[in-house]
Design a protein around this ligand. Structure first.
Ligand SMILES: Nc1nc2c(c(=O)[nH]1)N[C@H]1C(S)=C(S)[C@@H](COP(=O)(O)OP(=O)(O)OC[C@H]3O[C@@H](n4cnc5c(=O)[nH]c(N)nc54)[C@H](O)[C@@H]3O)O[C@H]1N2
Ligand SMILES: Nc1nc2c(c(=O)[nH]1)N[C@H]1C(S)=C(S)[C@@H](COP(=O)(O)OP(=O)(O)OC[C@H]3O[C@@H](n4cnc5c(=O)[nH]c(N)nc54)[C@H](O)[C@@H]3O)O[C@H]1N2
Ligand SMILES: [Mo]
Length: 685
């Protein structure tokens, strides 16, 4: 052992901040004040000592030569190439506060926060920021960009965003991996699924794309995007027809079954097959696999993920799929049922009001702006209907210029000369490029935070491993200092991060134990709905009102549009990026190579496209360039535009969201990124 190393080496317990269901516990090695390694904590059950490729590169991200380390002020016009000069924190914050005060004096609702899940931490996420905007009376942001269709569907069906517990998937005998590329985006679930597979379970992947997860399953059903609701109704048809139903469970724990039963009987396998673009035998076979498993002897589980709800009918599709385990009584076993999100389990243990302080609104009810229609909303004038024109945007934990739908409009909105934009960031993202001020934020290695999860049921703490780099400050501190300059004198604006962390959870979570161990599990029932007891007012799962809703854009629903733009495009995540985070980490970008459009050989041949050639992907909304990859991963008629690249790192300065639209899902007001028709043509050399 090298004594020089051991003396100066410290191990710090952390938590992965990223927007991923896994929320891993981190073991951070610090040497001489510098993080040299980030690993998974071995004693945290779902992390079990392993991290994904991305987060094991977290030090490369933190110590990136392009990290923002001082405040920057814009000196070029928004429509010109971005030019910034460094300024002091005092100068930046004084000026920002003066600008916000002037706008707030006219109408605080002209100011809009824009944030999402760059970090999922309860402190660096909202907390102090929410206090700031509540006190200001700014417009509120509806945070819909990812999961709100599925969330609304679970709330409508079960009364909460809850489901099976992650570890019990290892005991399932059948797992439907539905709209989820688990190996890429939910790796620690895959470990449990793989264990079940080794013990003889059958794994079936339901996904338009032949993903790396589909490769590892026994069967892959490549349905057309947005047709999952029809498939679920078809499965119900077969369960009814063959009487593979748990009548006792349905009778006692489900409301609205007769209505749903009548709807399902209109979906024989032939009709389902035609809508979904699969064969009737695939529908029958899937129903047999799912329906013939005895709930107690051979539990069947569904891992649903958000990929399948990014279409017009995404909410209803989630409702229908979420009801399947009620038909067969799969919930009776702890290894049966469904998991889309576990986030609702934390509601009883979180002190959201203590962190966000809604009382600072003092009775005001500011309007809400949906983050998914930011393109349209930035371009709207004041009106009685809309309220005031948006005059200022404070962006943190998000990169809307790259990730929001229909980016031609988003860019145009951000380029408005009369819009005042402040961006808190680690890097010069596409959004930071359009800011008036860019403020350097700390990364997870430099600040304190506490975390819940949407894939497992543990709370975690993230201790700071090193001091902030350069002049970077935690989001909490930036809002604290801004609050002081705005003249907000309530004591809650002076609370430290540790004080915030200690208020985050109810007394059932022992903070000292959390701080010492790094994580704590919620005390929950193993088979939560074995005896019904859903979170709805009458305790029953709600089957009424759920139905298949066709896409906004598809060969069946808009044949005229489909003649001009015949290819359905989905844009699921690239494995080595996390939404648009990590795109600028060179070792990861080297693995991904370049923005790709996967296209089936028949569709490529019909357009004379060669593998590896530059193509233009377009529709009425816009166009972007990328490289064609002729691949079995794409089914005929569907192209996969892997996301989400930074626009400025793409071949002609744009990305896949040039062609997506801002129409919202049936439930939850979410974007329908994967409900999108395009055409593809060669773009020459
Ligand atoms: N590596 C990596 N991990 C991530 C992310 C990332 O960007 N990169 N993103 C994180 C985020 S923000 C989230 S929300 C989570 C979950 O993120 P999700 O977006 O759910 O990600 P995936 O698990 O890849 O699931 C998307 C899958 O759904 C498929 N799909 C698309 N349309 C349909 C459809 O209509 N029906 C069906 N059945 N399938 C469809 C896609 O082909 C893809 O394989 O993952 C997180 N984890
Ligand atoms: N076409 C298409 N578009 C999509 C999707 C898709 O599948 N297809 N997926 C959608 C989904 S599921 C989601 S969740 C959204 C994600 O959209 P976003 O939530 O905007 O996620 P990111 O693109 O990762 O951007 C997060 C930013 O936060 C910054 N950040 C991280 N930590 C901190 C911090 O502590 N402080 C500050 N100030 N900044 C921080 C990061 O540097 C990064 O630039 O994108 C959506 N967009
Ligand atoms: Mo997401």
């Amino acid at each position: 052992m090298n004594p020089a190393v051991t003396v100066a080496t410290r191990i710090v317990k952390g938590a992965c901040p990223h927007d991923c269901p896994d929320t891993c516990a981190l073991r951070i090695t610090v040497e001489e004040g510098r993080v040299i390694k980030v690993q998974g904590q071995a004693d945290h059950p779902s992390t079990h000592g392993a991290l994904c490729t991305k987060v094991s590169r977290y030090p490369e991200r933190t110590y990136h030569p392009e990290r923002l380390l001082q405040p920057l002020k814009r000196i070029s016009a928004k429509t010109e190439a971005p030019r910034f000069v460094p300024v002091s924190w005092d100068e930046a914050l004084d000026d920002i506060a003066a600008r916000l005060k002037a706008i707030a004096a006219r109408d605080p609702e002209a100011i809009l926060p824009y944030s999402y899940a760059g970090t999922m931490g309860l402190l660096q996420g909202e907390g102090m920021a929410a206090r700031f905007f509540n006190k200001l009376g700014a417009s509120r942001l509806e945070r819909t960009i990812c999961a709100s269709a599925g969330a609304a569907a679970l709330n409508a069906t079960y009364g909460n965003r809850v489901g099976m517990h992650l570890p019990f998937f290892a005991e399932s005998r059948l797992i439907l991996i539905w709209g989820s590329n688990s190996i890429a985006s939910n790796l620690h679930f895959w470990t449990y699924a793989n264990k079940a597979k080794r013990e003889g379970a059958k794994l079936i992947c339901i996904d338009p794309r032949k993903t790396e997860t589909a490769d590892k399953c026994h069967q892959h059903i490549a349905l057309l995007p947005g047709t999952d609701g029809a498939l679920a109704l078809g499965l119900m048809h077969e369960l009814i027809h063959n009487d593979w139903l748990d009548h006792d469970y349905l009778g006692r724990h489900v409301e609205g079954w007769e209505e749903l039963r009548a709807k399902a009987l209109a979906w024989p396998p032939e009709r389902v097959a035609e809508v979904c673009g699969i064969s009737p035998d695939e529908v029958r076979g899937l129903a047999r696999d799912y329906g013939q498993r005895h709930a107690l002897e051979a539990p069947a589980a569904i891992r649903l993920n958000y990929g399948m709800q990014r279409v017009r009918g995404g909410g209803n599709a989630v409702r229908l799929i979420a009801l399947l385990p009620c038909l067969t009584g799969a919930w009776r076993h702890r290894a049966g049922g469904l998991l889309l999100s576990s986030s609702g389990w934390f509601a009883a243990y979180k002190n959201t009001a203590a962190l966000d302080r809604p009382e600072l609104l003092a009775g005001r009810q500011p309007r809400s702006i949906n983050m998914s229609t930011i393109g349209d909303d930035l371009l709207r004038e004041s009106s009685a209907d809309f309220g005031p024109r948006i005059e200022a945007l404070i962006v943190y934990n998000s990169n809307p210029v790259a990730v929001a739908p229909e980016s031609p409009k988003v860019v145009k909105g951000f380029q408005r000369a009369d819009l005042f934009t402040v961006v808190l960031e680690h890097f010069m993202t596409d959004t930071a490029d359009l800011a008036d001020y860019v403020l350097p934020a700390t990364t997870q290695l430099e600040h304190l935070d506490v975390h819940t999860s949407y894939g497992h049921t543990d709370v975690l703490i993230n201790h700071p491993a090193v001091a902030p780099l350069g002049e970077a400050k935690p989001n909490t501190q930036i809002f604290r200092e801004l609050a002081a300059r705005m003249g907000f004198t309530e004591p809650c604006f002076a609370e430290s991060d540790e004080q915030l962390a200690r208020q985050a959870f109810t007394a059932e979570i022992d903070f000292e134990a959390l701080a010492a161990q790094g994580w704590q599990s919620l005390p929950l029932k193993e088979a939560p709905f074995a005896e019904g007891g859903f979170f709805t007012p009458n305790g029953k799962a709600q089957a009424g009102g759920a139905d298949y809703v066709p896409n906004y854009e598809s060969a069946r629903s808009t044949p005229e549009l489909a003649r001009r733009f015949p290819l359905a495009m989905i844009s699921p995540p690239a494995r080595n990026f996390l939404n648009s985070s990590f795109v600028n980490v060179k070792s990861l970008r080297d693995i991904e190579g370049e923005p790709l459009l996967e296209i089936h050989a028949s569709d490529a041949a019909a357009r004379g496209l060669a593998d590896g050639s530059l193509v233009r992907v377009f529709n009425e909304r816009g166009s972007y360039h990328c490289t064609a990859r002729i691949s079995e991963r794409a089914r005929p008629g569907v192209v996969n535009g892997l996301g989400v690249w930074w626009r400025k790192l793409g071949p002609r300065g744009s990305n896949v969201n040039e062609v997506t639209h801002q129409r919202l899902t049936d439930l939850g007001q979410a974007p329908s990124f994967y409900d999108c028709l395009v055409e593809v043509e060669s773009a020459g050399a």
